[in-house]
Write a protein that binds this ligand. Sequence first.
Ligand SMILES: [Zn+2]
Length: 353
Amino acid sequence: MTTAEQASHHEQTATEAAADQAVTEPPVRLVPGATLLDSGPDETHLLLPNHNVTFLTTGVTRIVHAFADLLSVPTSRSRAIRLAAERTRSSLELCDYVWGLLDKSGCLARGSVEPVTPLHAFWASQGLDPGEAQQRLAAMPVVLVTPAPFATAVSTALGASGLESVVIDTDDQTDQHLEAAISDGAGLLACFGVAYGSSLARSVNAIGLAHELPMLYGQVSGLVARIGPFVLPRATACLECTVLRMLAHAGAAEARVIDAMRRSSTGAPPAAPVHPTFLAASASLFVLEVANIGLSLPAQSLGAVIELVQGQAQSRRRPVNRVPTCPACHPGKPRRFGWDATFRSWVLSGDEE
Ligand SMILES: [Zn+2]
C-alpha cells in the first residue's frame, strides 16, 4: 500500500467512523399524534397536540411530507436527511434546513423507547424521552399514607402514571409502618386524605422532616379538595406551618377544634364521604403533581396549597410561607424578637438630659 493509498484508507475509515457515529445518534420521530394536512401543493400544515405549524413553498412541503413518512418510526437525524434528499431529489442543505424548522417548531420527539403506551406517547408529545421519564419515576419510590377508602383511587392513579408505590393505611401503627417503608427506600412521602390538623398528619410531617424526605400532602373532604403543600424540608413551609397559617385566619374556635382533634385518642378523624367521581378526580390531580415532582417539572404546590371545590370551574392557589416559630421545622431555635420590638432613641423621644 503506497502512502497515498494509506492516507485514502485512513480517510475512508474516518468516513465510516462518522457513519457509525450517525447510527448512534439519538433516534428521533415525529411527535405522536401529529397529523399532516395540505391546503395545496405549496402549503402544508402539521397539527400537533397543542399547536399547529404551517410550511410554505413546494420545495419545502415535499420535504416535510418525506420527513413525516420517514419519522413515523424512530430514525437518526443524518439518515432521515439523507433519505429525504434522495426521495425528493433535493439538496442535503435544504433538507437540513427543513429539519431545523421541524425541530425548532416542536414537531420532533426524541427517545430511545418506541412510545407504545398512551403514557409514553404523552411524554413524547411533551418533548420528554419516554425511556428517561420512566427511569426517573422508577428512581423515586413513593411511600403513600392514605386511609383505606381512598387507597384504591390513589394507587390506581400512581400505577397509571408509571410510579411505584408502597401504600400505608392510617391506623395506630402508621408511624412504625412508615418508618419501616422509608428505611426500605423512599424518594417521596405522599400523604392523601388525612386531615391536615390531625395528630396523625402532624406525626407524618415530623417523620418526613426527620428523614429530610420531600413530602406532598393532599386532602379531599366533602366538596373541597386540596393539593399541597409540596414540602422540601428546611427549604419550604412544612405541613405544620400550613396548619398554623390556616389557623391564623380561622379564629379562636377553629384553633380549639384542632387542639381537641389532636388530644383525641384517634390519630385522625375518619375520611368524610366524598362523591366517588370527585375522589377519583382529586386523587388523579394529586398523582399528576407527584409525577411532575418525579420528572422535575414545575410543581404548582411548592410552598402553596391548590384548592379545588366541586361544582366550581376554577382552582385557587394559596401560597404558604414558613412560620418562623413553627415547632416542627424550627425545633430548638431560640425565640425571635417580635416585629413590634421598639428601641427608643433618647434624641427622638425627647428624653435627652
Ligand atoms: Zn414548619
